[in-house]
Design a protein around this ligand. Structure first.
Ligand SMILES: C[S@@+](CC[C@H](N)C(=O)[O-])C[C@H]1O[C@@H](n2cnc3c(N)ncnc32)[C@H](O)[C@@H]1O
Length: 280
């Protein structure tokens, strides 16, 4: 039994609001999900109805911080280290050797767009560290962005439970994480060598991407646009196209191929695309 009711009209209002601010499309079946995710906000603010919460978001003097909390609650943060492992094999065996040949300036910029709690950018950082460990002079930076401020705080802290680091190969776990015991549980802290490679920033993909310049060699945007309305997805992909270098790569989630969205990119691997050229 859900603690609050939402009328069809209230659901439509929130559906539109969330779509306009995040691009996330809520189908009619997501009504209960919306109630489950926002009930704690109504409770915290001592509000009885969703329309009262809507008015709070629109008119209350503290509405700016409430927007952040609302978005934190509404977004889906599921992620894991080495998720869709094939992508990291492809990165290591195809994409990085390609850039090794092509980037005479030894400069590489990677963007993890929709990084959630950090598992994706730290996995990328591990692969890059391993690939470039005996190759001197490379200037490598990873930008990791998300709209969810709570996820970003966890990502920046870089502290994970034993269950979270299970997919990390034991060699890398020893090398890149500091194991510590907290009471009777173990926690794993990302070492500074990895942390230094990643900069975290709050960024809403449907509003703020224009603040970035077109320098990206690789963009990861996996399992993010599946929640977007198709029109918004097409717009975001178009922005990625503009922000990538001419031979840049785009990694999408395995369940979100670009086929129906954009024909500008060449498919070069499973849900991996290149802007212009096919890798040799
Ligand atoms: C399911 S997680 C995917 C995390 C990671 N990329 C992966 O594949 O494991 C989706 C992430 O997209 C973020 N997100 C959703 N809408 C967004 C938007 N408009 N701008 C930026 N990030 C967004 C969510 O906050 C969430 O952290």
């Amino acid at each position: 039994m859900l603690p609050y009711n939402i009328t069809d009209q209230e659901f439509d209002i929130f559906k539109r609001l969330i779509y306009q601010h995040t691009g996330i499309h809520l189908s009619q079946q997501k009504k209960n999900l919306l109630v489950a995710r926002l009930s704690n906000r109504l409770k915290a603010l001592n509000l009885k109805t969703f329309i009262a919460y809507y008015n709070y978001l629109l008119h209350h003097p503290d509405r700016a911080s409430e927007w952040v909390k609302m978005i934190d609650n509404i977004t889906t943060s599921t992620t894991e280290f080495f998720r869709e492992r094939q992508h990291f094999v492809f990165l290591q065996n195809k994409v990085l050797p390609y850039f090794l040949k092509k980037r005479g300036n030894k400069r590489l910029r990677i963007w993890s767009a929709g990084c959630s709690t950090g598992e994706e950018p730290y996995t990328i950082a591990i692969i890059l560290s391993e690939f470039f460990k005996d190759r001197e002079g490379w200037d490598i930076k990873i930008l990791a962005t998300d709209v969810n401020s709570r996820s970003l705080s966890l990502a920046k802290a870089g502290i994970y439970k034993a269950t979270s680091v299970k997919p990390v190969p034991s060699l890398y776990l020893k090398k890149y994480f500091q194991k510590e015991s907290q009471g009777d549980v173990n926690i794993f802290k990302v070492k500074d060598t990895l942390k230094q490679m990643v900069a975290f920033k709050r960024l809403n993909l449907i509003r703020d991407h224009f603040t970035l310049s077109s320098v990206w060699d690789i963009i990861f945007c996996r399992n993010v646009t599946i929640y977007f309305h198709p029109d918004i997805k097409a717009r975001v992909i178009d922005q990625f196209y503009k922000l990538l270098q001419n031979d840049g790569f785009l990694f999408m989630g395995h369940a979100e191929p670009l086929f129906f969205v954009s024909r500008k990119f060449y498919p070069v691997g499973k849900s991996v695309y290149q802007k212009v050229l096919r890798p040799k």
